[in-house]
Every structure is written in C-alpha cells, then in structure tokens.
Design a binder for this molecule. Structure first.
Ligand code: MEV
Length: 329
C-alpha cells in the first residue's frame, strides 16, 4: 500500500478520424488527429470500498465486493469506466475504494472519441493513484474497455487519444506522422450535428452491408485505402487543397457505404460552399460530427454559415494522455 496516493488527475484529448474509418476495422489504413478538447479524470481514494463515478452521464456507485466480472454492472452507463478501474486494480493488484470525477469539454456520443478518452484518462489517473503505469499499458487497457463498449473496435480511437498528434493506424500499428516531415499546421472546424450515434451498431450495420453486397464493399474498401494513401502523400507535400478534396471524396465514399444522413450531407455542403477546403463526417457516422479543413482567415464566414450548430476550431493537439501533478490543479 506504500505507493498509494490520495488523489491523481489525468486528461486525454478528443479525436477525429480524417481518413479510413470503418475500413480500419478490416485492417485497412486510417489517419486520425487529436483535437484541442480534453476530458479530465480526477481520482480520489474513498474508505467505503466502492467505485463511484460522476460524469455528464450521471452518477454510479458499486461496491467492490459485488463485482464478479463485467456482467455485475453491464447496464451501468459508466460500465467502461468501472471496467477500466477494475483492470487497473487487477493489473496493479491493489483493490481499494475510489471516486472518479470526469469533466469533459467535448460531447459524448458524437464521434469525437469520448469513450476512449474517458477510459484512458481514468486508467492513467487511477493507475497513478495506485502506483503508476506506462503509456503503452494505458493504451492496452483502454483497448479492452473499448471492446466492452464497441464489441469489435479497430483500436484507432484508443491509439490517437493515448498518443495524440496525427497518426497513421493500420492493423494495430501506430505511426505518429507529425514531426516527421508531414504537415502539422492544419486547421479544422468541427461541427456537431446534434444527432447521437452508437459506434457499435454502425460498425455492425457496415458488417451486414459487407456481407450482403460483397463486390461493392470490396471496391469501397480499395477506394478508402487509395484515398488514405493519397492523403498521406498530400500531407507530405503540404498540399492543403488536395487534402481538402480527398476529405470530401472520403465523405462521398462513406455516404455510399450508408453511414451518412441528410443532416451530415447538408453540413458538408454548407462548409464547402462557405470556403472550406473539404469536409466529411468523422467516426462511425449516423450522426455525430463533421470535420472540415479550413483556412483560418475564413473561419468567421464558416461560423456564420453553420451558426445553428455547435462548432469549434482545432489544430493538431500534440499531447495525448497527460498526468498532472496534484499541486498544479
Ligand atoms: C470510430 O471512431 C471509428 C470506426 O472505424 C470504428 C473503429 O475503428 O473501431 C467506425
């Protein structure tokens, strides 16, 4: 018990997928970016032998003694957080009551990686409370929590929210692109459609589509891979206009896949009509957010055109998961 601290704070960034979502689940490449919005997890020891979680999803409290695997809390809105805490306790062999407070400045269920970011911030903060863990271990435990929520995640959300920056992800391999000659001063506008989506069911929908229209699915898969590789090249050449065009093509491809809707299509159209280089839905689709690549000097025009939606601007957030010294917060 000697390594145990009273309180620990960690945060993890939001993310957006720029290229290759859905097909990344089938081992194809994808590019994702960390955004300048974060979720912060504060963990404090309690002497009640309970895991207690408070977030914008509500309040949960579960005695450690009543936990016999994830089915003990399968209907809890914080089940991936409770699962994350349990995995840390099992890994570090310390089982103590802990309170977790989650404060986020980006919304849940909108394709910005809230489930991965909350589990990563929780794992980092609880592990720091109980003795510490490496960043790679945080990533691995968060993948397990993501499996609980999304059934068959590719791992890209956990990767980008743990390591930050601009990342190429393929088959579980993570390559940081920023700082390696790839463009890093991109500016994005994120537009929230206000329509909640469920990643797990969108992934299942795409799977069913792949099974019922094999040929079309395989040509969409090839196109997604080609777009992602062209985007990688455009980033290397600092060709912002080309990246924008490829983003819009990626949106059309996702629309063909059946994961867009009228609201997302209208946001993409409005963003481009107002001067964005390109725009697309980001993440699982069915709702959530649109990401557009913009020229900072045109942001006022874009804000005005999309003023009925919640929007924010972000560059590439370099920092992934971060631990704070308790004296700093
Ligand atoms: C979700 O952010 C991205 C998807 O490709 C699912 C996944 O990669 O696990 C839709």
């Amino acid at each position: 018990m000697s390594n145990i601290r009273e309180r620990a704070v960690a945060s993890a960034p939001a993310k957006a997928i720029l290229f290759g979502e859905h097909f990344v689940v089938y081992g194809k490449p994808a590019i994702a970016v960390a955004l300048n919005r974060r979720v912060r997890a504060t963990s404090t020891l309690n002497d009640r032998g309970e895991i207690r979680v408070r977030s914008m999803l509500g309040y949960s409290s579960i005695p450690l003694a009543s936990i016999h695997g994830p089915h003990s809390y399968e209907h809890d809105p914080h089940r991936h957080i409770i699962f994350s805490v349990q995995s840390v306790m099992n890994a570090l062999n310390e089982h103590v009551g802990v309170d977790i407070l989650l404060e986020s400045d980006f919304p849940y269920g909108m394709g910005l990686g809230a489930s991965a970011a909350t589990s990563i911030a929780t794992i980092a903060s609880v592990s720091s409370l109980l003795g510490g863990m490496s960043r790679d271990q945080v990533f691995r435990l968060s993948l397990e929590a993501e499996r609980l929520v999304h059934r068959n995640p590719s791992g890209i959300d956990s990767a980008i929210c743990t390591y930050g920056g601009l990342v190429l992800f393929k088959d579980g391999r993570i390559e940081r692109l920023d700082g390696r000659g790839y463009l890093h001063d991109l500016r994005f506008m994120i537009v929230n459609s206000g329509i909640m989506k469920d990643t797990g069911s969108m992934v299942m929908k795409v799977k069913a589509r792949g099974e019922s229209s094999r040929e079309e699915f395989s040509s969409l898969t090839e196109m997604s891979e080609a777009l992602t590789m062209q985007a990688l090249y455009a980033m290397k050449c600092n060709d912002v206009a080309r990246i924008g065009k490829l983003l819009t093509l990626n949106h059309l491809l996702l629309r063909r896949l059946g994961v867009s809707n009228d609201t997302l299509d209208a946001i993409v159209r409005d963003a481009i009509a107002s001067g964005a280089y390109g725009a697309k839905l980001t993440g699982a689709g069915g709702g959530g957010c649109v990401i557009s690549l913009i020229d900072g000097s045109r942001s006022k025009v874009l804000f005005d055109a999309l003023s009925r939606y919640e929007t924010f601007i972000s560059g590439i957030e370099e920092e992934g998961v971060m631990l704070y010294s308790v004296d700093d917060v």
